[in-house]
Design a protein around this ligand. Structure first.
Ligand SMILES: Cc1cc2nc3c(=O)[nH]c(=O)nc-3n(C[C@H](O)[C@H](O)[C@H](O)COP(=O)(O)OP(=O)(O)OC[C@H]3O[C@@H](n4cnc5c(N)ncnc54)[C@H](O)[C@@H]3O)c2cc1C
Ligand code: FES
Length: 293
């Protein structure tokens, strides 16, 4: 089974009534890896209501090039400007939202030059987020900057953090593993966030500079044949949650289907409106009858 997190039919369809437009002061902004920055913004409503896998549309105030806001996943939330994430009972009190972004074009270049004390505009939380499926062993599979959609999910499933406010269903997993692939080792940033959460981390790089030489599919193969660890193979109720470039997610979905592992992917097609109106981000989805929606 392949679920699609932000679809159907529009991958950005507004997933919650709590989304709002706001402006927030940047309280932290630092480079964490090659061409990769981490931003913390005062965003009380977004931080208190976002669920794992959701995102916000972000833009710079007073700047009209680019005109359109850009989508960024909410990586983590925090109680205080210089503090850590909320505990299991404190989701509603989170006041800050963290984003991690890779510098690509006009928006992300301009964002990387914005200083602490300045502000950004954003609307969210948007998207459907990951479905609350329980799992014996949840595999988080990330490609490139795709880890940004996955940290909160892993922490929630391990029961060490809650997101989305009181009363939001949170499924559990007995064990969470991150399989993360990048082009080269200098692109991995804040890997310790996953390790500190109790998530087992396996890295791969195309150039072999860090971890296994190859892709996340090589890591999945190692997982399946038992070479990723003594407990890795032969487990029941394994699930995959995946985020990364489209080709990588297609390869992971194909691997999952071949091995009979349920797989949920978080689509990151380029977006214009972010709320399901313009249809610029739609992805074809297989329906229950085997046809395409
Ligand atoms: C739901 C969602 C969540 C996202 N979360 C994050 C995140 O947490 N961190 C992060 O770094 N990025 C994330 N992205 C991607 C991010 O939105 C783009 O990198 C950003 O829009 C680039 O803006 P720009 O103006 O800097 O570059 P642009 O000038 O818009 O683009 C630069 C280059 O990147 C390509 N590009 C732009 N957007 C995408 C995309 N979505 N997929 C593939 N190629 C693209 C363009 O075609 C162009 O070649 C997310 C995208 C989506 C849809
Ligand atoms: S419908 Fe998804 S970006 Fe507009």
């Amino acid at each position: 089974m392949i679920d699609v997190t932000h679809a159907p039919p529009a991958s950005c369809s507004a997933g919650t009534a709590t989304a709002e437009v706001a402006s927030g002061t940047i309280v932290r902004h630092e480079r964490i890896a090659e061409g990769t920055w981490r931003l913390r913004v005062l965003a009380p409503n977004l931080a208190a209501t976002t669920r794992p896998g959701q995102f916000a549309m972000v833009r710079l105030p007073g700047r009209f090039d680019p005109l359109l806001a850009r989508p960024l996943a909410v990586y983590e939330t925090a109680l205080q400007a210089d503090g850590g994430p909320p505990g299991p009972g404190e989701a509603a009190a989170a006041r800050y939202a963290d984003f991690i972004y890779a510098v690509h074009g006009k928006f992300t270049q301009a964002l990387s030059r914005v200083a602490v004390g300045e502000s950004v505009e954003f609307w969210g939380p948007l998207g459907n987020g990951f479905a609350p499926h329980p799992a014996g062993h949840l595999l988080l599979v990330a490609g490139g900057i795709g880890q940004t959609a996955l940290l909160a999910l892993g922490k929630e499933r391990l029961g060490i953090a809650r997101y989305g406010g009181p009363g939001v269903a949170a499924a559990r997993a007995d064990r969470v593993t991150l399989l993360w692939g990048c082009r080269t080792g200098s692109l991995f940033g804040d890997v310790e966030d996953f390790r500190d959460a109790g998530i087992d981390v396996h890295l791969a790089t195309l150039d072999g500079s860090v971890g296994r030489k190859g892709t996340v599919v090589d890591l999945l193969d190692a997982f399946a044949d038992g070479s990723a660890g003594p407990e890795a193979s032969g487990e029941r109720s394994v699930r995959i949650a995946c985020c990364g470039p489209e080709g990588m997610m297609a390869a992971v979905s194909t691997w999952a289907a071949r091995h009979g592992v349920p797989c949920e992917v978080s689509l990151e097609t380029p977006m214009a409106c972010g709320v399901g109106i313009c249809f610029s981000c739609v992805a074809p989805v297989r329906d229950a009858s085997g046809g395409w929606d």
